[in-house]
Design a protein around this ligand. Structure first.
Ligand code: GLU
Length: 610
């Protein structure tokens, strides 16, 4: 009997229904699970207290992180346990089939270090991988035709990230850190509106893949809100991972199954989606290694901002924009000027991101110049305080030779970018003052749509973060063994050499502007941390129109339209989590209050005055 068949049998044999007054809660699972059906924990977007804190998008995951801290674990232990729980409850955003970036502040050494667990292109990936052989043009529509494919799957780095982070800074074994999430996967969690909606949004492509339909479309439909969703296959996979480390996935039977799923996606044969096969081989998995690059660092009004280095464009783009903004004062008493400059600085930094950012193991990224005050001054000079420049703007020249006289920003080429709501960010702080900012993803919501049969996790589609069409001058062109450019921006801010703030967000390339806007809100516009997260968002990524939530347009459109800004409105931008270190060891944990269903912040010892 196959692993998935066995699991399905377990589900069917133990099926039980428990009805609440409203008739909403249906528990499907083993007898043990039915005896004590899980309940939906409450969600709180703000928590204040001491002893450690965790903030994530999900209350089960935050609670697991808090429990780890409470039982003596440190920030890294809690972050890994929380991330593993998110792999259960937020499987369409993150999991062991994907990758991410882990930023850590060590209270003993005072150092900020990182783990780059980004997915990697297989060695056999050709430069025209995104061109449909049937048409000679890029797969169209790109989503879902290429996203739902083996071609888009990069070698996953999340399990290796967890092991490396625990080896470097953790106090517990991977096996122990995975225990609570293993239990969660086995017992199940109560399906909320977000999970239900995300499943429905992906139902067509999930239905095209047998293993995915079996897991996420039981009885052919998304699990209803209020029902309990279990993933015993993932619990088994976590147990193997705990016993054998990442080799459980990168070598041995699961590696072979991953390669099979990529090279020969388990399609149902009942869909028009092409689901093209990918190029991953066993050697790609066996050769996977995390990297541990130095973080990016920029100073902003006396604060040290640490972010993620290439292949993420997060640290450099947030840093460049902050350096540009630092050349003038921003004040809550002149919001039109502050927001205008925020938008213009973002556009300039995005022009440079597009031209210079890629995997620095493969292309020359002028990181020091992009983050230099000289370059920022030259770019800042190009902001007209009274008028928005015509977008898209031309690329700057981070060459060490900077103009002291101001030139008008020149027009440039349009580079469309993604603004998905996939990915997840978590933040953790422990009682010793260690800090983690960790953003992890499987790229699109639902990743490649391919569940590894019998293993309970979805493979990423991260390789679609490479440029679609090959161009020798493009730093983000496809190359074998390369990591696609990311926008993920896990950020840790120090004040007077002590950690002050940790933050991050999902949202494709809007991650960068979301992190930037939250920093401007908190540092310059004097908002509290919860307000800085909740405030309406706008994202200028060097495009003709500013992407802005309707609330932003309603609140500030009349201030910004006279300067020439025009708006296009996506429903939501980002879904952040953050922790601020208050005086005397107290902590303020904040999560997104509304977007994407809202997140959950927790502290070990709640209380305003302890
Ligand atoms: N793949 C994206 C990145 O690494 C994140 C996915 C998203 O948030 O939409 O930048």
């Amino acid at each position: 009997m196959s692993r998935s068949a066995r699991s399905r049998t377990r589900l069917a044999a133990g099926a039980a229904a428990v009805c609440l007054a409203g008739g909403l809660l249906t528990v499907v699972g083993s007898p043990a699970a039915a005896d004590h059906p899980p309940t939906a924990p409450p969600k709180d977007p703000v928590a204040i207290g001491s002893g450690g804190a965790v903030s994530s998008v999900d209350p089960n995951a935050t609670q697991i992180g808090i429990d780890v801290l409470r039982s003596g674990g440190n920030a890294t232990d809690a972050a890994v346990a929380t991330a593993a729980a998110l792999g259960v409850t937020e499987p369409y955003s993150a999991g062991i089939g994907g990758g991410g970036f882990f930023v850590h502040y060590d209270a003993d050494s005072g150092e900020v270090e990182t783990v780059d667990g980004r997915e990697t292109a297989p060695m056999a990936m050709p430069s025209d991988a995104f061109i449909d052989p049937a048409t000679g043009q890029p797969y169209a529509p790109f989503f879902p035709n290429l996203v739902t494919s083996g071609v888009s799957v990069g070698v996953p780095g999340t399990a290796s990230t967890w092991e490396t982070a625990l080896d470097n800074w953790g106090s517990m074994s991977l096996r122990k850190a995975l225990k609570p999430a293993t239990k969660l996967a086995d017992k199940g969690f109560v399906v909320d509106e977000t999970f239900h909606q995300q499943t429905n949004d992906n139902a067509e492509r999930f239905a095209a893949i047998e293993s995915t339909a079996d897991l996420y479309l039981p009885d052919g439909a998304a699990p209803p809100v209020g029902s309990v969703f279990r993933n015993p296959d993932l619990a088994d996979t976590y147990e193997l991972l705990g016993r054998h480390g990442p080799d459980a996935i990168l070598e041995g039977p699961i590696a072979a199954e991953v390669v099979d799923a990529v090279q020969d996606p388990p399609t149902t044969g009942e869909s028009d989606l092409p689901v093209p096969p990918g190029f991953m081989e066993l050697s790609d998995l066996a050769d996977y290694e995390v990297r541990e690059p130095d973080p990016t660092r920029s100073d902003y009004r006396g604060l040290d901002i640490y972010g993620m280095a290439p292949p993420s464009s997060g640290g450099s783009t947030v840093g460049e924009a902050l350096n540009i903004l630092e050349t003038t004062e921003l004040s809550p008493t002149n919001l039109a000027d502050a927001l205008h400059r925020y938008l213009e600085a973002s556009a300039l930094a995005f022009a440079d991101r597009g031209a210079f950012l890629g995997d620095s193991d493969f292309v020359d990224v002028p990181l020091d110049e992009l983050l230099s005050d000289g370059f920022a001054a030259e770019r800042a000079c190009q902001i007209d305080p009274d008028a928005a420049a015509m977008k898209p703007l031309a690329v700057g020249e981070p060459d060490g030779d900077y103009e002291t006289t101001c030139e008008e920003a020149a027009p440039g080429a349009d580079r469309p970018d993604s603004e998905g709501l996939s990915t997840t960010h978590l933040t953790a702080v422990d009682r010793w003052g260690n800090v983690v900012a960790y953003t992890l993803t499987i790229e699109q919501t639902g990743g490649s749509g391919i569940v590894v049969p019998g293993r309970g996790f979805i493979l990423n589609n991260e390789l679609t973060d490479f440029s679609t069409v090959f161009n020798e001058a493009d730093p983000n062109r496809i190359q074998p063994g390369k990591r696609p450019r990311s926008s993920m921006s896990p950020t840790i801010v120090l004040k007077d050499d002590e950690p002050w703030l940790a933050l991050g967000s999902p949202g494709g390339s809007t991650i960068i502007t979301t992190v930037l806007q939250m920093l401007v809100n908190r540092v310059d516009l004097e908002m509290s941390l919860p307000d800085a997260l909740a405030a309406p968002r706008a994202s200028q990524r060097n495009t003709v129109n500013v992407s802005a939530e309707q609330e932003f347009v309603d609140a500030y459109g009349s201030l910004l339209a006279p300067l020439g800004h025009t708006f296009a409105s996506p429903a939501e931008i980002g879904a952040a989590t953050a922790i601020e270190m208050l005086p005397e060891g107290r902590l303020l944990a904040a999560a997104e209050p509304v977007r994407r269903g809202g997140g959950d912040a927790g502290v070990v010892r709640p209380g305003r005055d302890d």
